[in-house]
Design a protein around this ligand. Sequence first.
Ligand code: PLP
Length: 381
Amino acid sequence: MYKDIVEFVKTLYPNESFVPLHAPLFQGNEKKYVDDCIDSTFVSSVGQYVNKFEDMMCAYTGAKYAIATTNGTSALHMALMLVGVERDTEVLSQALTFVATANAISYIGAIPAFIDSGKENLGMCPKSLEEFLTENTEVRDNATFNKRTQRRISACVPMHVFGHPVEMDEIQRLCKKFNIPLVEDAAESLGSFYKGEHTGLKGDVGILSFNGNKIVTCGGGGMIITNNETLAKRGKHLTTTAKQPHKWEFYHDEIGYNYRLPNLNAALACAQMENLPAFVENKRQTAAEYRNYFAKKGIRFVDEPKDTQSNFWLNAIEFNSRKERDEFLEYSNNNGVMSRPIWRLMTDLPAFSHAFKMPMTNASHYVDTIINIPSSVRMNK
Ligand SMILES: *Cc1c(COP(=O)(O)O)cnc(C)c1O
């Protein structure tokens, strides 16, 4: 069975001697725009490509405002600050995520509390969230507090795992009910839509990432997206050292951050954005190939949830046991096809082992059984 799967993956990527999990593709105006950026001498945090990249992101996602940052982690850090996360408050997220989500919470001195994944959906489970909120919190002064720690719950951060949107309507309803700001970690879901709306926009703020392995990349980069003008203005201010605009004065009105995306990276990003619709379509075709193949094999292919359109950033399949998973990892990586297990649970990492956790029935199961398989855009270079 393992051999069959590996051979099938090779038919999808016939030109690779070792098929990587996710490789970037630069086949458009990347060199042209980067050259142009160098010629302009505006390679740093000021320049037309940064603004253009933000405009392109607004046009693509439908966001009213977009603020480009140095990476997705810094965008998350800022997004949390924008909604009022403070030291010694608690931020709800999911145990099954990339470490950046939990790290950004910790940069502020806030403490993460982790929610389980869904039975079908790999991301935050609304039922588990509701259970946590009803059993462990109390509402007073228009805010929600953890009964045991007496800390305020200052934000909720669901993450759209591998590009598949979580059940945002339900999560949003709970956040509203408990007066908890909602930040969407949409780092993996550029090009994914929930009920026709781009991910990252249902909450107060959303963030995107353009790291080397994401659907489009600019080396390193991130973006804050929001429809809230006040938050957008403050986001721009905080990410640009909190400097009041002036031709020559250096007046910074609070502690700011040097998080603005350099123009050089933005030049690369603009070229990548031109190809994004084609990339999404191509990845959805690859997912369809996998879906058909694994249906025949009787293996669960992690598909897009109901009411969503996923970018299928990383395709994933589920084995029956950890043993099968390990055997496949061993076989595929030794035979020309890269595969990788999902992350470890945040609650199993030393930095977060003391965090509040509920029983992680679904998330633990996924850690044991899910692997990612090659998912790069398939186009001629
Ligand atoms: C990639 C990613 C980020 C941000 O990563 P950067 O490398 O800092 O751009 C954040 N959260 C998740 C879930 C990610 O996958």
